[in-house]
Design a protein around this ligand. Sequence first.
Ligand SMILES: [Zn+2]
Length: 559
Amino acid sequence: MVPQFKNFAFCCVCFFLVGCEQPQPADLILVNASIYTVDDQNPWAEALAIRAGDIVGVGTNADVLAKFEGPQRDLDGKMVLPGFHDSHSHLIYGGLQMSQCDLSELGSPAAILAAIEVCDQSLDPSDWLVGGGWDLSLFVDANPSKTLLDQVNPDRRTFLRAADGHSAWVSSAALRYAGIESETPDPADGIIERDSGSQPSGVLRESAMLLVENVLPAIDATVRERAARQAIALAHQNGITSVIDAAATTADAETYEALAASDVLNMRVVLAMSVIAPFFDPAPVESIEPEHRQTQKLVRRQSAKIFVDGVLEGETAALIAPYFSDKGGHGMLITPAEELQSKVIRLDAMGVQLMFHAIGDFGVRVALDAIEAAQTSNGDQDLRHHISHLQLIDPVDRPRFKALNVAANVQALWALPDSYIMDVNLPAVGPDRVQAMYPIGSLDAVETAIVGGSDWPVSSMNPLLAIETALTRQDPTGVIAGVLNEQETVSLATMIAAYTKNGAHLMHQEQLTGQLQVGKRADLVVLSDNLFTLAPHEISEVSVVATYFEGRQVFPYES
Ligand SMILES: [Zn+2]
């Protein structure tokens, strides 16, 4: 009788405390962590249990260990966040650049030319020298001459994309091969830079790049897949588990889909198909599959990328007031505003989510006008259109983001006084406009949904660099002095939400990821330190300890 009575008593106690349940099996239990869930109802936890790729428990150590048993990982106070969402990346394009002549991160024309020489020497005489990543701001007027390339090798056909992807530097042999000469007219929406005698001088901007790009040797599927795998490994190293590929070609889409089919993608990829841009290989509109929004498919061709304007550096970004330089124009729209509007109305009616590139204040206004016209015509279908870059926004346009349900896709790592802004943009647009650049704080103040993107390989993929810059408006590496528009700083919570919850909402996958809650997939990142305990300038020194995708550790990779 006595033992039975004891069991009865124990069971009553346990019924009131934990519902009398036996611990359930878990594949992994993270304990002793500083878990920031990005769930307002329950923002902090110590432990998290994972089973079959799902989060099955989140709470205190005692709570979770009472309910689950299985292998434990003691995180000793380290921070756990939902996996980062990079809402603007070019994984395959960047992966290809890594395997070509990579000129990124080089700080002088001499260093760039030395690197080109090394690439040249590794090639056969008949090969093209293809590469990119060079810094436009290192050259006068962002306009290097073909002569510099000809001095390396007068016979080499050379094509080198600038870091921002909107200009290319080419050799005389490449110009000859593509048939570009003094009589060649500038293509629509493109510029062939010329010397005083109207000869092409070696830089092609916007759609003019295609004159050479279209005659480059084709890239085969194996090379593309290797590039994708390399870039995905780099993303995992940076804690990234979801990405928007911000201008995907059909070949890119097929590469991601092949990796997903072999179960080695380990990444959620939303493709903004490059449908009407003059850049990349335009994909047919029919290749977009809007019905895949909110599904569990890892690769979803649910969006289209639309380039509204160019960039300030080549004076191709569209401005309300003119540039101050001798050219004195207002920049350019890639597609005339009325034509853009009818395309946007048509795509929106098909249920296609739209991702706009807009840098100048007029470009941003034209994008917002087009979205407004689509909503007037089709109603708000919750497609979650977004505008990326947003270097200049007229103050009257800022509240329109919330009103039109448009997310601001910001590249916060650009919001510092670097040589692009201080040496190239400042003379071109003047101090008043420089002091209004990248108005992230102002957008936040009018309750805009902010998401974060690296635009890799244009700049580093590391979200912690961008998060720190958004909080300080200073160079996180400490090389460049000064602050860019201190009044535009935002909070750490805002930036973490941008890279997690808001990114998941933007990608139409908020049911699956973006917050650490029971029922969501276990996409998460472990950081060496709790970001909330650090001074803002320390954030970028934090390291990624581990990245999990659907409960599997994908960084450090364990084979
Ligand atoms: Zn981009």
